[in-house]
Design a protein around this ligand. Structure first.
Ligand SMILES: [Zn+2]
Ligand SMILES: [Zn+2]
Length: 246
């Protein structure tokens, strides 16, 4: 999110044995995705699936582009769209319908463009031999409502990871996941204004050393970065950085 960075969208790539093509799951598809993915050499039809954590445009704003590009340019390539059931109707009704409903074959729906896979929090989902737990994480808490983002905990063959997506600082609920994960991808706010909708660096720095030692920070704003390594973190994730999750 820094001015010279892109939004926080990630590619989870698994390579089957042999020379088969890798499978790719895009985790969130923000409005920058057209440019950030091209910078990495990906076209919209390079993804087998997309996971949506919540409905802010830095996480879903690229879906209209992906849907239309796949439909018109890439021979109707269809990606699976994973999202918790509760997000699917508002995703269509409040975010995508205006741009995607009317197309050359008449009225369209989300399923006209994607293979929609509604998820439950109880079951999570499987992706290419990896099981992913879907964890509701409070993101915006007001007197009237709580908006959740759906974080992921991935159980790989060798390593597990916890991806917070967008979440308030919530050590009580997250500590067992922090402790269980081999690697943590943590959204981190920087700067003087604490919005209260993301964990702030000043909060994260109070976490136990053993947690910080496996924590990478992302979704940070364009302020001068503190010395995260000196503070015990793995560091700030840079655009295009990749991780081998084994
Ligand atoms: Zn958000
Ligand atoms: Zn966000």
């Amino acid at each position: 999110m820094a001015a010279d960075n892109f939004q926080s969208n990630m590619v989870l790539e698994t390579t089957p044995s042999g020379n088969a093509q890798p499978h790719r799951l895009l985790i969130d598809c923000g409005s920058d995705a057209r440019h950030s993915l091209r910078n990495l050499g990906y076209m919209p039809n390079d993804f087998d699936a997309v996971y949506i954590s919540h409905l802010h445009s830095d996480h879903i704003g690229g879906l209209e582009w992906m849907a239309l590009a796949n439909y018109f340019v890439f021979d109707g390539h269809r990606a699976t769209l994973f999202a918790v059931q509760e997000l699917l109707e508002p995703l269509w009704e409040h975010s995508l319908r205006g741009g995607l409903e009317t197309s050359d074959h008449g009225n369209s729906q989300l399923s006209s463009y994607f293979d929609v896979a509604p998820l439950s929090i109880k079951d999570g989902f499987d992706w290419q031999g990896l099981h992913l737990d879907v964890i509701p994480a409070p993101h915006i808490v007001t007197n009237e409502t709580t908006m959740y983002s759906y974080a992921l905990f991935g159980h790989g063959k060798k390593q597990s990871f916890f991806l917070t997506t967008d979440a308030i600082f919530n050590p009580d609920d997250h500590m067992s996941l922090y402790q269980k994960a081999d690697i943590i991808f943590q959204d981190c706010e920087l700067g003087p204004r604490h919005s209260g909708v993301h964990a702030h660096y000043k909060e994260l720095v109070t976490l136990p050393d053993a947690v910080k030692a496996k924590m990478w920070l992302y979704h940070y704003q364009a302020y001068d970065k503190p010395d995260a390594i000196a503070d015990g973190f793995c560091g700030f994730i840079e655009p295009g950085q990749s991780f081998d999750l084994g």
